[in-house]
Write a protein that binds this ligand. Structure first.
Ligand SMILES: *[C@@H]1O[C@H](CO)[C@@H](O)[C@H](O)[C@H]1NC(C)=O
Length: 429
């Protein structure tokens, strides 16, 4: 866009030069008053008007046609920062049209409230919505389910006026695991707290995150404790399935379980593997697989290389290279990040949202590059202290590539999280 503006400025300058040389020629010509007026009108009224029109075409949604990013031809590897700045807020007029028929789970966080609006606006595009609201904690020897203060009933009601998406708040298990898993009374209490909250608040079930915590506590290396951990998840799933959502769907409550990607090429003891999945299969309705954060400040690089996503899925499902992915894949929600990273190459850096990304584009006017193997866009810039940075943030092309990957693997997708993306990403879903 700035380039367009520069070009415009150059041509205006040329026109001004033409005006002044014309004026020199017509000095002393008594019949030139009318010509002067015409020149004045042409160069000082019409030209700026054209410039403004041209400018609008490339910037605002002034004459935006309402077409989707597919029809606008924006899904490509060769992209410029000007185009992203000009197009990111233009979304297809028909916000209810879906492009995929597999399940789409979207996370929403209270600290990025834009996600609540995105969920409402594009509600037909999601099958599952998971607001990140609850923690199961130990208070001394007692268990508490914290987070009801986050719950927004007005928002849920608005969603349910027309949308069909199930609302499954996320619950993180923070409670100290050894007691929780080995004391029957505590285990039953935990399950009762969760089921009761679903019934009282009218949820369709929950998304449970516990594996990463249990791994951190070393629970999963002990075969007995690991078995108790799986039993806990099964018992919770079965308890939820016995309850029916009474207000709307009339369906049994659901349990979606969060699993992290293995960090190595072969499964380690604490990793969630194919046997765990088999064991939970009957009690769990879906697995939210966190296929992102492949790189970090200590090893800057792509956030979710597509070849790594593929191998992770095979590892978790226990499918050998080259053999076809089996039907178990249908329960997987393959993770897609709507956030990115700004890495300082001298060390450090952190996650960025769509808004941060747009500010970086405006400030540094970078050249965007496509990396074929990971299927991600990135750019480099030097900050005010001349520190080099590498920025990896999703693009239409990178998101589209992952959506197609999910389709070919037969999985659904899960998005972390919809308050951090650019508006036109939702056109893709
Ligand atoms: C929007 O898309 C949906 C699904 O494809 C379709 O049924 C509906 O008629 C469309 N609405 C408009 C206004 O075109």
């Amino acid at each position: 866009m700035a380039k367009k503006r520069d070009r415009q400025a150059v041509s205006n300058r040329r026109q001004n030069q033409a005006v002044s040389s014309d004026q020199h020629r017509i000095v002393g010509d008594s019949s030139s008053d009318r010509r002067l007026i015409i020149i004045f009108v042409v160069f000082f009224v019409i030209s700026p008007a054209i410039a403004v029109l041209v400018y609008h075409k490339y910037t605002s949604s002034g004459d935006f046609s309402g077409a989707s990013v597919y029809e606008r031809g924006l899904i490509k590897t060769d992209i410029r920062y000007q185009e992203i700045l000009a197009e990111h807020s233009n979304v297809a007029e028909n916000v209810s049209r879906r492009h995929y028929d597999y399940p789409v789970l979207a996370y929403i966080t209270p600290w990025n409230s834009k996600g609540y609006d995105m969920a409402k606006k594009f509600k037909s595009k999601f099958t599952h919505l998971s607001p990140v609201w609850y923690d199961l904690k130990s208070h001394g020897s007692r268990l508490v389910l914290e987070g009801r203060h986050n719950a927004d009933q007005g928002w849920i009601s608005e969603l349910r006026l027309t949308g069909d998406a199930l609302v499954l708040p996320r619950v993180v298990v923070e409670a100290s695991p050894t007691d929780l898993l080995s004391k029957k009374k505590l285990k039953n209490k935990a399950i009762d707290l969760i089921v009761t909250e679903c019934k009282e608040m009218g949820y369709d079930g929950i998304v449970l995150e516990s594996w990463s915590r249990w791994a951190a506590y070393g629970i999963l290396r002990d075969p007995d404790l690991r078995n108790l951990a799986l039993q806990f998840v099964k018992q919770l799933g079965n308890a939820l399935h016995l309850e029916v959502e009474s207000r709307r769907s009339k369906q049994p409550l659901q349990l979606v379980y969060v699993i992290g990607p293995p960090r190595t090429e072969n499964l380690e003891e604490h990793d969630f593997g194919p046997e765990d999945m088999q064991s939970l299969n009957g009690a769990v309705d879906g697995f939210s697989l966190m296929t992102y954060d492949y790189s970090g400040p200590h090893n800057p690089g792509p956030n979710a290389p597509v070849n790594w996503i593929r191998s992770t899925l095979r590892l978790v499902l226990g499918i050998k290279r080259n053999s076809p992915v089996q039907h178990e894949a249908g329960k997987i929600f393959l993770g897609i990040n709507f956030y990115g990273y700004d890495f300082s190459l001298s060390g450090g850096g952190g996650a960025i949202t769509g808004r941060d990304y747009l500010s970086l584009l405006e400030k540094y006017k970078p050249v965007l590059q496509w990396e074929d193997i990971s299927a991600e866009h990135f750019f480099l810039y030097a900050d005010n202290n001349q520190n080099k940075h590498a920025v990896f943030y999703p693009s239409l092309k990178s998101v589209f590539t992952r959506l197609e990957e999910a389709r070919s693997l037969g999985t659904g997708i899960s998005i972390w999280e919809i308050g951090q993306g650019l508006d036109y990403f939702f056109d893709l879903l």
